[in-house]
Write a protein that binds this ligand. Structure first.
Ligand code: LAG
Ligand code: CA
Length: 492
């Protein structure tokens, strides 16, 4: 989130590639409104399709894409097609003027006839009021943002040209913002007219990977199924259910059949996360319920489950620091943008020789050991099935991924700062001490959560697996992490 392209290029070479990350999603790349105080969400108010933001210009973007592709790290761009800015006027990040009130965007150009108005949006103030009504939801304004009319060939052509430019530069796909608010047939038209990939970086006839933001928590709203033929769906029920479990509101043992049996879409259509640029500040979720970097133990545990379970394509948020001020359940600083110098330039990520970084500015969740080691776990276990499920009937679980990886959790409510007023289970201070089937070949393995495997030296706990795949698993009630994990490549 909000990194500069030069820094992302560096990170692809020095970390994301070597540590096995498959891709990186970048914040919206096209010109957007410059807003007072420079909130992060100004990037969701497009002014034109010129590639220029505080993350860098087109030349820097191109260079980043080339560097990341060379490392096998694909680039995914967050695209905002639904709308332009709110009703204000001003300048964009590439110097183009705009007037939202008059719906004038000369940098494209878009003029009033390119927007939905009273002829297509039935509400008096042109705002979405009934979010479950498909017509309002698609043709009216989302938070006052000027809503583009995608049925027009002119609008489609402008957006197709932008997306094809990104494809020709070498990006691998898109996160499609606010898909709920665009008609599936319009999106289908736009995406069907995109170029095949740049053969400099991809096999012939490759097509972009697209994942849609459809905020659906069940009920009568716009159903994600309408968009399944258009790419992956960001499954919002995933983070919600997992968070609910890790907050102690639902026992871990129920996760045994987590997925479609819980009402989620099929994993092969799903794109998943625990935290996001929105959720971290309480947008589209509920502050205090969703898990962000201010609760690192919880974030690591929930993320580890996401990465260990065979469901969907996972994404991790890598965010910046901001001063959270919670008042009446809201974060007064929810708007705060990325760290900047006195001139408003985004501050670079600086990596020190000991691999620490300027964490007064950048959180770098992707560099947390528990997270990057679970990313490797996921690539090693591949499509292997969940096997050897074990639970203690409560909040201790373990399972293997085929014969390639093993993970165990011991969620102690007291450890997670969960206040349990009606403490009926006396599980609270329990350690996990069990002889369990790991599914792994015999040998000594490094727990990649309490430590790293450096060459043949394990800095964490070791797990000794016998000829039958059994091992003594121990997770105390006061350890820094509530889980342990290992896999074939962590064998000593
Ligand atoms: C998304 N989901 O559909 C993004 O994930 C979300 O981050 C985007 O909203 C939204 N689409 C529109 O692209 C973000 C902020 C909003 C912000 C909006 C436009 O979450 O809070 O709205 O970007 O910058 C802001 C103000 C509103 C105001 C609006 C128009 O917060 O109060 O009405 O701007 O001026
Ligand atoms: Ca719309």
């Amino acid at each position: 989130m909000e990194w500069k392209y030069d820094d992302i290029g560096d990170e692809c070479e020095r970390f994301l590639g070597p540590y096995g990350y498959g891709g990186v999603q970048v914040s919206p790349v096209n010109e957007h409104a410059i807003m007072d105080g420079r909130p992060w969400y100004e990037r969701y108010q497009p002014v034109s399709y010129v590639i220029q933001t505080r993350s860098g210009n087109e030349r820097q973007f191109r260079r980043m894409v080339e560097r990341c592709n060379r490392m096998g790290v694909r680039v995914y761009v967050d695209i905002v097609l639904n709308h332009m800015t709110g009703g204000q006027q001003g300048f964009g990040t590439a110097g183009n003027r705009f007037n939202g009130h008059e719906q004038q965007y000369p940098g494209v150009p878009f003029t009033p006839e390119h927007f939905n108005g009273p002829e297509s949006c039935p509400t008096d103030n042109l705002e979405i009021i009934d979010w479950d009504d498909p017509v309002q939801s698609r043709n009216c304004r989302l938070f006052g943002l000027r809503d583009l009319k995608h049925s027009l060939e002119y609008v489609r052509q402008k957006q197709i040209a932008f997306l094809n430019k990104l494809i020709d530069i070498g990006v691998a796909g898109f996160r499609c913002d606010a898909s709920t608010h665009m008609w599936p047939e319009d999106l289908k038209n736009i995406f069907s007219r995109l170029n095949n990939f740049n053969v400099q970086f991809f096999p012939p006839n490759s097509r972009p990977f697209i994942y849609h933001e459809i905020i659906y928590y069940g009920g009568s709203g716009i159903n994600p199924n309408e968009y399944i033929s258009l790419g992956r769906i960001i499954e919002f029920r995933f983070w919600k259910e997992i968070t609910n479990v890790f907050r102690g509101n639902n026992q871990l043992r129920w996760l045994r059949n987590f997925g479609t049996e819980w009402g989620l879409i099929d994993g092969t259509n799903a794109f998943i996360m625990i935290d996001s640029h929105d959720l971290r500040v309480g947008h589209n979720g509920q502050l205090g319920f969703n898990i962000n970097c201010f609760e690192p133990r919880l974030l690591k545990a929930a993320t580890a489950f996401m990465l260990a379970w065979n469901y969907g394509i996972p994404r991790i948020l890598s965010s910046y620091r901001w001063k959270q001020i919670i008042k009446d359940g809201k974060d007064l600083n929810e708007w705060v943008g990325p760290p900047t110098d006195l001139f408003g330039n985004i501050i670079s990520v600086k990596i020190n020789p000991d691999k620490s970084w300027n964490d007064e500015y950048w959180i770098c969740e992707h560099r947390w050991r528990q997270i990057y080691n679970m990313v490797r776990f996921r690539s090693i276990v591949g499509d292997e099935p969940i096997l050897n499920w074990w639970d203690n009937g409560d909040n201790q679980i373990a399972f293997s991924r085929g014969h390639s990886g093993f993970i165990a959790f011991n969620l102690q409510k007291s450890n997670m700062n969960i206040i349990d007023n009606n403490n009926t289970d006396n599980n609270d201070s329990l350690e996990l001490r069990q002889r369990l089937q790991t599914g792994l070949p015999a040998g000594t393995y490094c727990d990649i959560i309490s430590g790293d495997l450096n060459g043949n030296h394990c800095t964490g706990k070791t797990i000794i697996v016998d000829e039958n795949g059994l091992a003594d698993i121990y997770i105390g009630h006061d350890e820094s992490d509530i889980f342990l994990a290992t896999h074939l490549d962590a064998k000593l």
